[in-house]
Every structure is written in C-alpha cells, then in structure tokens.
Design a protein around this ligand. Structure first.
Ligand SMILES: [Zn+2]
Length: 336
C-alpha cells in the first residue's frame, strides 16, 4: 500500500514527477555497511551512464554541516557541484534544522508507516510531507545540475530506502548488495582511516562480531522485503559474484533493471573507467583514480579457523536463504 494514497493532492508529494515532464530514475543500493557498495556503485554508474552520489543520506550532516570531503577533493560546502545544488535548493542556511527533521522521519522504527503496514499518525504524516519535499527537491536539483536523469545512491540504509519508495514509487529501483557475513564482520573489526575528515586523523568505527552479525542480519532482512515489493522485483547481487566476474555481473544488473549498458567503459573483465565524480560520502576507495580494477579480496579467510568466524559462517549459511532468490546472474545473463 502506498502511504501517500490518502490525503489531498497537495499532500501526495510522491505523486509528482521528480523532474517535471522528464522521467528520472533513481537506483538505490540497499544493504549493510562494508559490503562493497562504493566500488559497485562506481562500476554500475559508469556502465549505465548514471550520476553517482555516494551515500546521499549523509549529505546533510557529513557534507553540508561537517564539511567532509567530496570525491573531487573539496570540502562539500566548497565543492562547485554541491554549491550549485545548494543554491537551487535555497533553504540550507542551517543544516541543523533539517537534521532534526530527518531524524524524526528517517528511522527504522518508522518503516511500518513508510511501507503502509500501519496508518501514518497525523503528526508523523506532516513531518514526512515536509521532509519529503526537501528530499524530492534535492534529487531534482542534482538532476538539473548534473544534467543526468539517472542517479545512483549507495546510502544502503533500509529506512531511507523505504522513505524513497514512499516518495518516488516505481521510479526508484533497489539493488540489494549482500556480502558474506564473515567478510563483513572482518572488515568492521579492522582500523580504517577516514580521509574525508580532513581536519584531523579519524578512523571508521570498529564493531565487535556480535554487533556486526546482528546488524547485518536485520539490515539484509529489511532490504529483502523491500526488493520483493518493488514494481520491477528489484535485484539482489552477491558481492562475491562481483569479485568473481565483475563485468559480467554489472552488465547483468544493468539488463535486469532495464537500462542500456555502455560496455565500452570496461577495459577488460575486471577494469573499468568511471570518470571523475562528486560522491558525498562512502568508502575511501572513492578518492582513488577513476580507472578501477576489481580484485579478489579474501583476507578474512586468514581468520576462518577461529571459533567466532566459524559461527559466523554457519549463521550466514542459515539465514541468507531468507533473501537469496537463487543464482544471479544466470549463465544466460553473463553471456550477454
Ligand atoms: Zn565535488
């Protein structure tokens, strides 16, 4: 059920086109952190000729408020692209006000309102409508400034995914990216620098195995529910398939979501050129040169003998059947 289906025409913010008269597609990578979404987004955006945004959900806090680095190397408030977007929005004197509103709409606890399982209380509906206008406005401004009608967002958070679906309906397509739990947990256990915080030495947070396992499970279950309800059925990609067959997997995703592929951006089956970008947040690999080679990464296997990792492997095998729809890409899709 579309949560915007009740109310006046003015209240049905999701019923309006993102860009008047021009159909715009939003490709949203959904799942859990440390699943390889930044490199996947770079590969998919290059292949379908879309404009990559990185983790857009963090634009307001990490970007406009904190001034972390854009992919181009400039702090987001001083980046010419984001300055143009901000100027078009014309409402960003103090991002703190917007952050307060975001936190009162975009939370996991509100997913039942966003997916129509529960009726929206009137107070929540008003917040959703107001924040919805901001969100629609920012994607509209990005489409105009980038002159691209295909936008990719690798925020991953399921709550933001449900919010986008409540606003944009079938114009947002979800790509559920899943990486094996032991690899994800291993990544969360290691110290990693955050170069986008350019005014000091900062590290990404580190999570114990139990926290990584519980969040990986919840986020992927929420993401899977979303894909099943998408008009096009969504698509689920295993990160391990991307590592094993980068070009074939990305071309298959493009075909599944119905967008023509520019296979010429691939130099060979592992290397592609994504060009310069203005992603607002994401893994530090976004600061690396635009010619990217996707290599196997199996360093977590050095710990596969430890009890904790053996348990994670069993948990992974047990629960992933809840969202894994079977082989993807199929042999026929890889041959395209
Ligand atoms: Zn930039």
């Amino acid at each position: 059920m579309d949560p915007s289906s009740s109310g006046t025409a003015e209240q049905r913010v999701g019923a309006e086109p993102i860009v008047a008269g021009r159909m715009l597609r939003l490709i949203y990578v959904v799942g859990y952190g440390r699943s390889g979404s930044t490199v996947f987004e770079r590969a998919l955006a290059a292949t379908i000729g879309g404009f990559r945004l990185g983790e857009m959900r963090h634009l307001w806090e990490r970007g406009f408020l904190n001034g972390e680095l854009c992919e181009c190397g400039a702090p987001v408030p001083r980046c010419s692209f984001w300055a143009a977007v901000r100027e078009r929005l014309g409402l960003l004197d103090d991002p703190r006000e917007l952050l307060r509103l975001k936190d009162r709409v975009d939370r996991i606890r509100y997913i039942p309102f966003l997916n129509g399982s529960l009726p929206m209380p009137s107070t929540y509906r008003r917040r959703w409508q107001t924040w919805g206008r901001v969100i629609r406005g920012v994607y509209e401004a990005i489409a105009e400034v980038s002159r691209n009608r295909i936008l990719l967002d690798s925020s991953k958070d399921p709550s933001y995914a449900y919010l986008l679906r409540s606003l944009f309906g079938p114009r947002v397509v979800f790509v559920h990216l899943v990486r094996r739990l032991p690899a994800v947990a291993h990544s969360w256990s290691r110290p990693k620098p955050r170069p986008e915080i350019h005014w000091t030495d900062a590290l990404m947070p580190r999570y114990p195995l139990l926290r990584a396992a519980s969040e990986w499970t919840v986020m992927n279950l929420l993401a899977a529910q979303l894909g099943n309800r998408n008009a096009r059925g969504g698509v689920m990609v295993r990160y391990e398939d991307l590592l094993d067959n980068p070009r074939g997997t990305v071309l298959a995703v493009a075909a599944r979501i119905g967008l023509p592929a520019r296979s010429y951006v691939w130099h060979d089956r592992r290397t592609f050129d994504c060009g310069p970008g203005h992603t607002v947040s994401g893994n530090p690999v976004r600061f690396e040169p635009p010619v990217v080679t996707i290599r196997l990464d199996e360093c977590w296997k050095s710990r596969s003998g430890e009890l904790g990792y053996r348990l994670l492997m069993q948990w992974d095998a047990l629960v992933r059947r809840a969202w894994d729809p079977g082989p993807f890409p199929t042999d026929a899709e890889v041959r395209r």
